[in-house]
Design a protein around this ligand. Structure first.
Ligand code: AMP
Ligand code: GLY
Length: 421
């Protein structure tokens, strides 16, 4: 089949790498792609958010399946636009994507379907939000309703911080995303993520991972898109995974189907493992980045087969197999990320890993200029190591990190350290 992959980050490089290995995929295109993705796909210069151009190009180029990586085109209705032209697309419709695009929708949906999550209230004005904080007290969590690139959440440890977050949101700190706020109970426990692959009715668990959202070692500094991850997440035991599938994933799919907006695609469940059991922190309607870069290298089953199976609604007849290895990925970013990354340095040391099997270098923010690859984004690369266990994967990944350098490179040195302790 002829496949178009939409997106240009590390997640999409991992998807391209995995789809390139699929015997079902005869031709792979990526829009817009990046220099790493270009090793596996023909890149087409259409931005990921240009829904009309993507749909028209897919029709003109006899694309059999479009795989949507990031949330922005899903939020804009790319899957609906493709369906209108009779083109199969992997990923949720605009209506189903509300699980990620509106936290107020997602929380109310959890209430309607008995899905365990933090207690909450939704506010469109500051005064009642302040009163709610006064009644509940800190610690408490303030969230912008809409997509805010990972920046719309304030975990307030004091009442004063909570009140300040409410005022700044209603003053426009999160733009339109913050015109409605969710104020919710602070959950305590370990965080982990579980990914499900859904065809609208049936779901397969497609891996677990732990992300590292803060910029600096020890979970300090600002929130980012994610500075590293590892898979599997050892905290999610088989019993806990089964509980998450039963109490969160299956009720979510049943609820979405019952409401007339069946969910097809990757369902990312961000979880807090509390004393009272796993609770949903958030849904995302696509794979995680950098989680995809550490989950997909562990997947033995053909990804092309799985994604088409999800679109065709036949996942009940499929199953997944995994390599026994662990995978750990370290994000190399540019100094100044996430606010004002410094860009343009040439990256040294990539060639040494071009054919490595135990180290995979996924590109996110890179630019090719002849032979030279420049560090052009905030997050630049994700260096993933595979090993018999997490420790071996860690050694491989950090061994490679020492050899892939440029002047303004920054990274966390403690990815996986909590699990290794
Ligand atoms: P989110 O974008 O909703 O995943 O939130 C970003 C981060 O904020 C999460 O990864 C958690 O570390 C933290 N967080 C979000 N909601 C809560 C909560 N209810 N209790 C404690 N921490 C939270
Ligand atoms: N790594 C978190 C995310 O993809 O949203």
């Amino acid at each position: 089949m002829r496949v178009l992959l939409v997106g240009s980050g590390g997640r999409e490089h991992a998807l391209a790498w995995s789809l390139d290995a699929s015997p079902m995929v005869d031709a792979l295109y990526a829009a817009p792609g990046n220099p790493g993705i270009a090793q596996h796909a023909t890149c087409v210069a259409i931005p990921a958010a240009d829904v009309e151009a993507l749909a028209a190009w897919s029709a003109a180029n006899a694309i059999d399946l479009v795989v949507v990586g990031p949330e922005a085109p899903l939020a804009l209705g790319l899957v609906d636009a493709l369906a209108a032209r009779g083109i199969k697309a992997f990923g949720p419709t605009q209506a189903a994507a509300r699980l990620e695009t509106s936290k107020a929708f997602a929380k109310a949906f959890c209430t309607r379907h008995g899905i365990p999550t933090a207690d909450f209230a939704v506010f469109a004005e500051a005064t009642p939000a302040h009163a709610y904080v006064d009644a509940k007290g800190a610690p408490i969590v303030i969230k912008a309703d809409g997509l805010a690139a990972g920046k719309g959440v304030v975990v307030a440890m004091t009442d004063a911080d909570a009140h300040a977050a409410i005022d700044s949101a209603f003053a426009g700190a999160f733009g339109a995303a913050g015109e409605t706020l969710v104020v919710e109970e602070f959950l305590e426990g370990e965080e982990a993520s579980l990914f499900a692959l859904s065809d609208g009715t049936h779901a397969l668990e497609i891996g677990t991972a732990q992300d590292h959202k803060r910029l600096l070692d020890g979970d300090h500094g600002p929130n980012t898109g994610g500075m590293g991850a590892y898979s599997p997440a050892p905290q999610l035991t088989d019993a806990l995974k089964a509980q998450v599938m039963d109490e969160i994933v299956r009720p979510t799919l049943a609820g979405m189907a019952a409401e007339g907006t069946p969910f097809q695609g990757f369902l990312y469940c961000g979880l807090m493992l509390t004393d009272a059991g796993p609770k949903l922190i958030e849904y995302n309607v696509r794979f995680g980045d950098p989680e995809a870069q550490v989950v997909l290298p562990r997947l033995m089953t053909d990804l092309g087969q799985l994604l088409l199976g999800a679109v065709d609604g036949v996942l009940a007849r499929m199953d997944l197999r995994w390599y026994p290895e662990a995978c750990l990925g370290v994000v190399l970013a540019n100094a100044g990320y996430p606010e004002q990354p410094r860009t343009g340095d040439a990256i040294e040391g990539l060639v040494a890993f071009a054919d490595a099997d135990d180290v995979l270098v996924f590109h996110a923010g890179t630019q090719a200029d002849g032979e030279r690859i420049a560090a052009s984004g905030g997050r630049v690369l994700c260096v993933a190591g595979r090993g018999v266990d997490l420790r071996a994967a860690h050694t491989r990944a950090y061994g490679a990190v020492e050899r892939i350098t440029w002047p303004s490179r920054i990274y966390r040195s403690d990815i996986g350290s909590r699990a290794l302790r």
